[in-house]
Each structure stands twice: as structure tokens, then as C-alpha cells.
Write a protein that binds this ligand. Structure first.
Ligand code: NHR
Ligand code: GAR
Length: 224
């Protein structure tokens, strides 16, 4: 089975919470055609529901408690050891709530993805949905990007837009965006794992096309 294909890229996912994006990644990687395989899920919160999701899928899990370490670097050294032990090649942040030091980020340069609930570079940081509403934005959305040391920075890979509707509140707007996160995050991981993402400075190239691109663009002939 699969003997004629490249081995799957080994993926580690870092979480802190419910992990609905983790579930979307797990579901996509369960496809026998997936170029990516999730081999480890690490949480810095003991009670993160994402750990249960991983266990239910037969994926190895680790709880690494940041508060048990004197500083960020020693916490990250433990994460790096766990990732190395499982021979992880690509890291996905999925609601992981600890800022990573430049040393960790540089170790995973162009091999670490994050999903952010805005159309980056708009609305870096927190409370993105409320800020889009407060600005009267017509469009909002989400982005998958390669992680660089600066927060919510880095080459943009995929972006999905959602309309802001009359009467929207942050909660229902967030729910509409989350549906799209669950669509673009697995797609971006598949693209990276398949070697279809290149990086030129601050720009990601997806099959040679400058990112961010829309998931719909992947259905155009040049991508298939
Ligand atoms: N690290 C780097 N270097 N770059 C990014 O873009 C990162 C990152 C680490 C996490 C995710 C991001 C998010 O999902 C992420 C992106 C946590 C914080 C934060 O302030 C900021 C951004 C993100 C996640 N964390 C506090 C800290 O001191 C702790 C907050 C808490 O524990 O609740 O690390 O939004
Ligand atoms: C997602 O909406 C993700 O984009 C957001 O947190 C949620 C995590 O959900 N991330 C940020 O706000 C980053 N600043 P999940 O744990 O169910 O995947």
C-alpha cells in the first residue's frame, strides 16, 4: 500500500485548547492519498480537548506544561526533544497559545504553519472579529501562513474570505470564519507536505504562484 509514493511528511501539531482545527487536520490526513501524516500532538494545557481528539485518532500525545519550566527556552527545548523523538518534519500551530522564541521559529523556518482568523496583514493579534466589525469591514476571513519570529507575520499561503453580514456579532462571524479555517488549514498542510510551497523572501509561492491564494484557485487547471 502506497509503496510507489513518497513517504508521507511527518507532522507535529501544537495546541492549547479545543482543537477544532486539529480535528480538520486529522480528518484530512486520514485520507490514504494525504502527503502528510500527524504523528504527534503536544499541548501545554493538560485538559485540552484536542488531546482527546488525538487519542481517539490513535495519535501519540504529550502534555508539556510551560509553567513547569523557568523560561521559554527550556520549555521549547522539551518540545523540540519530543518533536525530534517522533522525527517530525512539519509543525502546525492550532490554537497554541504560547509565543515561540526566534530560536524555535528559525529551527522550523518554512516548515511551520499557523492559522489566523483574519485576512492578514489586517488584524494581527487578538479580537480580530470584533475589530473587523468595529471597522465596518465588508469582508473578513482567515489566513494560513508560515510562521516567522514576529507575531502573525510570515509568508501567506492560503486565504479564504467571508462576507460580513447585516447584524453580525463577533460570535457568529467567528463561526463563519472557522468553517473556512477548517477548509484552508488542511489544504495548506497538504500543499506544504507535497512540496508545492516555495518561499521567496517574504512571499510564499504555491505551484509558482504568489500567495496568498484562495482555495478555489486550486481548482483551476494550472494547479491540477
Ligand atoms: N510565535 C511566533 N513566534 N510567531 C507567531 O506568529 C506565533 C507564535 C506563537 C503562537 C499563535 C497566536 C494565535 O493563535 C502563535 C503565533 C498566543 C499569543 C500570546 O500572546 C499570541 C499569539 C498567538 C498565540 N501568548 C501569551 C504568551 O505570553 C500567553 C497567553 C496565554 O497563555 O493565554 O505567550 O493567536
Ligand atoms: C481559531 O479560530 C484560530 O484561528 C484562532 O483560535 C481558534 C482556535 O480554534 N486563533 C487565533 O485567534 C490566533 N490569534 P481551535 O482550537 O478550535 O482550532
Amino acid at each position: 500500500m502506497n509503496g510507489h509514493r513518497r513517504p508521507r511528511r511527518r507532522v507535529g501539531v501544537l495546541i492549547s485548547g479545543s482543537g477544532s482545527n486539529l480535528q480538520a487536520l486529522i480528518d484530512a490526513c486520514s485520507d490514504s492519498e494525504s502527503p502528510a501524516e500527524i504523528v504527534l500532538v503536544i499541548s501545554n494545557q493538560a485538559d485540552a480537548f484536542g488531546l482527546t481528539r488525538a487519542q481517539n485518532a490513535g495519535i501519540a500525545t504529550r502534555f508539556i506544561d510551560h509553567s513547569a519550566y523557568p523560561d521559554r527556552t527550556s520549555f521549547e527545548t522539551e518540545i523540540l526533544a519530543a518533536l525530534a523523538e517522533q522525527q517530525v518534519e512539519i509543525v502546525c500551530l492550532a490554537g497554541f497559545m504560547r509565543i515561540l522564541t526566534p530560536g524555535f521559529v528559525e529551527h522550523w523556518e518554512d516548515r511551520m504553519l499557523n492559522v489566523h482568523p483574519s485576512l492578514l496583514p489586517d488584524y494581527k493579534g487578538l479580537h480580530t472579529h470584533q475589530r473587523a466589525l468595529d471597522d465596518g469591514a465588508e469582508w473578513h476571513g482567515c489566513t494560513v501562513h508560515l510562521v516567522r519570529p514576529a507575531l502573525d507575520d510570515g509568508p501567506l499561503v492560503l486565504q479564504a474570505r467571508v462576507p460580513v453580514l447585516e447584524g453580525d456579532h463577533a460570535d457568529n462571524l467567528a463561526a463563519r470564519v472557522l468553517v473556512q479555517e477548517h477548509r484552508i488549514y488542511p489544504l495548506a498542510l497538504q500543499l506544504l507536505a507535497a512540496g508545492r510551497v516555495a518561499v521567496d523572501g517574504d512571499t510564499a509561492l504555491i505551484d509558482g504562484v504568489k500567495g496568498p491564494i484562495s482555495p478555489d484557485a486550486l481548482r483551476e487547471p494550472k494547479y491540477s
